[in-house]
Write a protein that binds this ligand. Structure first.
Ligand SMILES: Cc1ncc(COP(=O)(O)O)c(C=O)c1O
Length: 398
């Protein structure tokens, strides 16, 4: 099936864009659907296209209701604000997007305390740790009371690994026992479902609320959906308005989202195959170590162990040769496959990495300038050329 995916999704033709699946561009059917969509004022609840998208998303996720929001960040934030009273605590993974990349929104806007627990290499949070965080003495006025546990699947900073259904069921049993909510950041939930070979609702059923992003591997330009029971979604709509996320003729966005959910989920397997292809290519190169290992979804994480390069100088050297990757925490490089990266582009990326790493290859010279060889430090600002790789890498981007 021709999905009319723009060939150069992500930027100027010619480069291989592996920094994120957020660089995907809307497909032709999305743009056509946006033009043709019946519209209304969604703050009045009168945009029929938004209503269709919300019904579709709720049905796919097996939930009663859903709410379109502009971003994954806002979907997560509305979920926390709707379910956590001021002064309560939300238990989150230390490597989670909510904790690392969302500007502390729940504390800032909701007076909610994050309790970050370590993520294990497989993306899970240890059950014993979750239980310890939940088992506070509710009669003791000293403690912030737990209100919610948040999990992320696939867990981005743990290699894009999907959480198993068994693990989700165990955490759900714990949250039920302690009377708190379970939120799932499923920014790439359809990738997790593809990797596990299950319907999305099989994953979502364990959570009280789940957010999905339309604008990552599914190629929509904007938008996320939060799904849950009717009362929670009604509360989330209030929070969405409070945050400025009430949108008027949002059917323009929703129309793209409908195409994302109906036409684009089936092709994610191709991205996963391409990630595996990339990982195989990388594994055959000197000075590359996959970390954590072969990918299960569309993300390949690896380290460069070659004294000619720092992580940053390698990224910049690859960028200059037309292959864009980014550091994503703990000195690892992340490469994300998506609709704008066909198999030939993956092969091109492996070729470029191989060129940079070959014995007697370019190394520091002539590609690197002295300032690029500075040690990797969190938040470092490295030299870059305008129009090439963005220069600021505060411990990675998404
Ligand atoms: C796991 C995860 N959750 C949430 C988000 C936030 O989504 P957005 O960029 O739409 O705010 C991202 C963004 O990349 C993500 O990777």
């Amino acid at each position: 099936m021709d999905l009319h995916v723009p060939a150069a999704a992500g930027g100027a033709a010619g480069h291989v864009e592996l920094r994120s699946d957020t660089f995907t561009l809307p497909t032709e059917p999305m743009l056509a659907a946006a033009v043709a969509a019946p519209l209304g004022d969604d703050v009045y609840g009168e945009d029929p296209t938004v209503a269709r998208l919300e019904e579709l998303a709720a049905a796919l996720l097996g939930k009663d209701a859903a709410c379109l929001v502009p971003s994954g960040t806002m979907a997560n934030l509305t979920a926390l604000l709707a379910q956590c009273p001021r002064g309560s605590k939300a238990i989150v993974g230390r490597e989670s997007d909510i904790y690392v990349y969302e500007a502390g929104g729940a504390s800032m806007c909701g007076g909610i305390v994050y309790e970050p627990l370590p993520n294990l290499p497989d993306g899970t949070i240890g059950l014993a740790g979750i239980e310890e965080a939940l088992a506070v003495d509710r009669t003791d006025p000293q403690f912030a009371l737990p209100a919610l546990v948040s999990l992320e699947t696939p867990q981005n900073r743990c290699g894009g690994l999907p959480l198993s259904l068994g693990y989700l069921a165990e955490v759900a049993a714990l949250t039920r026992r302690y009377g708190v909510a379970l939120h799932l950041d499923g920014a790439r939930l359809f990738n997790a479902a593809t990797a596990l070979g299950v319907a999305p609702a099989e994953i979502a059923r364990h959570a009280d609320t789940v957010q999905i992003c339309l604008s990552k591997g599914l190629c929509a330009p904007i938008g996320s959906v939060l799904a849950g029971d009717r009362a929670t979604i009604a509360a989330a709509r209030r929070m969405r308005k409070l945050l400025g996320g009430g949108m008027r003729q949002a059917g323009v966005i929703a129309a793209c989202g409908i195409v994302a959910l109906t036409e684009m989920t089936g092709r994610l397997a191709e991205d996963h195959e391409n990630a595996a292809r990339l990982a195989r290519g990388l594994a055959g190169l000197p000075g590359v170590r996959l970390d954590p290992g072969p990918p299960l979804t569309n993300m390949v994480f690896f380290r460069i162990q070659d004294e000619r390069y720092t992580t940053r100088s390698f990224i910049e050297a690859a960028g200059r040769l037309g292959v864009r990757v980014e550091e994503l925490g703990h000195g690892r490089i992340r490469a994300v496959t998506h609709a704008g990266v066909p198999a030939e582009a993956v092969d091109r990326a492996v070729e470029v990495f191989g060129e940079l790493l070959k014995p007697g290859g370019p190394g520091k010279l002539p590609l690197d300038t002295p300032e690029e060889t500075a040690p990797d430090t969190p938040g470092e600002i490295s030299a870059g050329t305008a129009g090439e790789i963005p220069a600021v890498t505060p411990g990675g981007s998404r």
